[in-house]
Design a protein around this ligand. Structure first.
Ligand code: CMC
Length: 375
């Protein structure tokens, strides 16, 4: 018997939600190329597509968006809870701990009932951005900004986060970042979500566990680390030495590499274009300049191993342009990935099988207990 370390290359589900060709750099949601969705759609419409398997009719879209807007608001009990959390708690920990409590306010408790799938989707898509934005304000000692239903999904989030109305063009690019984060086949956090839901735990528990899984630096936590890495480098002239030193120490360069993509990450390509656009609006930042140089030199060393920048490399720079503190970057990834997690949980439950892999035991047998004094 062989151990499949990290389950690399082992199919664990059949899924029709998304598709990646890691050699060609193709990503599709429900068969639609990602660049087409970024050009023509918006995050909530894409969420509908992922969760319900088709593009919504006008009526379905309106109901979905209206329901999400209705659920943007948090119960005061949650806001009071946020006020009691130590202000230096990492936002991903806050998110992971608040998400399961949202189940209390959902009357559709049965995970096998489609009504639970709909209300969990609507509640999580509505309330998670508010939790993140409120936590930013509260942790900085400011009162939370309440949601504004008249704004678009992305505008409202940026408004609640910064207490100022965002530029429409920038909010639109941010919305497209959410599309790019929304789904990515059976990655580790999605796998976590379906493992949890396979026990028939509800979608809130599945999403909370997935948030924990996403927070690690080999997965979604990479974007925050990209910021620290680039920020640590004094100026462009130090980049080559920095990269060489990291590689000599066999350290991972954050925001580079991917288990599936062995070519340029198509999501990173699109965010790189957004950076070009935002730099025209806000000016060329030092971080952006460093990132471009870092990419050029990084590729010189890593391209031959098929290691390219991934989505997290460029979103770190994009979110910095929006004035978002680095510890919130992974939360943005999480708030978008809710759609993918829910889509997979819903799909998995159609033919649920409790996950229970096996192991190869390599410990001893018949070993006897030894009292303290004889150890
Ligand atoms: N920097 C330096 N070397 C790397 C990197 C990197 N970022 N990624 C892979 N390698 C090397 C690794 O050292 C190994 O070299 P060798 O064969 O000489 O020992 C080789 O490439 C294969 O490594 P692996 O761990 O088997 O590859 P993997 O497919 O498991 O790695 C990864 C995928 C994402 C864990 C890895 O690329 C990594 O640690 N990247 C940095 C963290 C990061 O940016 N994560 C975000 C991924 S994209 C967003 C998401 O979906 O989560």
């Amino acid at each position: 018997m062989k151990v499949y370390s990290g389950l690399a290359g082992i199919p664990v589900v059949k899924s029709s939600i998304s598709y990646i060709d890691g050699q060609k750099g193709i990503l599709e949601y429900r068969g639609i190329p990602i660049h087409e969705l970024v050009e023509n759609s918006n995050f909530l419409e894409v969420s509908y597509l992922l969760i319900f398997g088709k593009l919504p009719s006008k009526k379905e879209y309106k109901k979905f968006v209206d329901d999400i807007k209705e659920s943007l608001f948090l119960d005061e009990a949650i806001i009071n809870f946020l006020k009691d959390i130590p202000s230096d708690t990492h936002p991903m920990k806050v998110l992971q701990s608040i998400v399961p409590i949202l189940a209390t306010f959902d009357k559709n408790k049965d995970v096998l009932d489609e009504k639970h799938h709909y209300s969990a989707a609507v509640n999580l898509l509505g309330k998670v951005p508010t939790i993140i934005a409120n936590w930013k304000r509260i942790s900085e000692g400011n009162p939370p900004v309440y949601p504004d239903k008249s704004l678009s999904y992305a505008e409202n989030f940026l408004f609640m986060l910064t207490n100022s109305l965002p530029d429409k063009k920038i909010a639109d690019m941010f919305d497209k970042c959410l599309i790019l984060h929304a789904e990515h086949t059976i990655n580790v956090s999605t796998f976590t979500a379906i493992v949890v839901v396979s026990t028939l735990a509800d979608f809130y528990s599945a999403v909370s566990s997935a948030v924990g899984s996403l927070s690690g630096r080999l997965h979604g936590g990479a974007n925050e680390r990209v910021f620290y890495m680039l920020n640590e480098i004094e100026d462009e002239s130090k980049i080559e030495d920095f990269i060489r030193e990291m590689l000599n120490k066999k350290e991972r360069i954050m925001g580079f590499g991917h288990r599936i993509y062995k070519t340029y990450d198509p999501r990173a390509k699109i965010i790189k274009q957004f950076l070009n656009e935002i730099s025209k609006i806000k000016g060329v930042s030092n971080l952006y300049k460093k990132a471009l140089k870092f990419e050029e030199i990084g590729l010189k060393y890593l391209k031959e191993k098929h290691i390219y920048p991934n989505i997290d490399f460029f979103t770190a720079v994009f979110y910095n342009y929006l004035g978002i503190p680095p510890q919130f970057y992974t939360c943005i990834f999480a708030m978008a990935r809710i759609s993918g997690w829910i889509a997979h949980c819903k799909e998995y439950l159609k033919d649920n099988k409790l996950f229970r892999p096996t192991q190869i035991y390599d410990g001893g047998h018949n070993i006897h207990y030894v009292p303290f004094e004889k150890r």
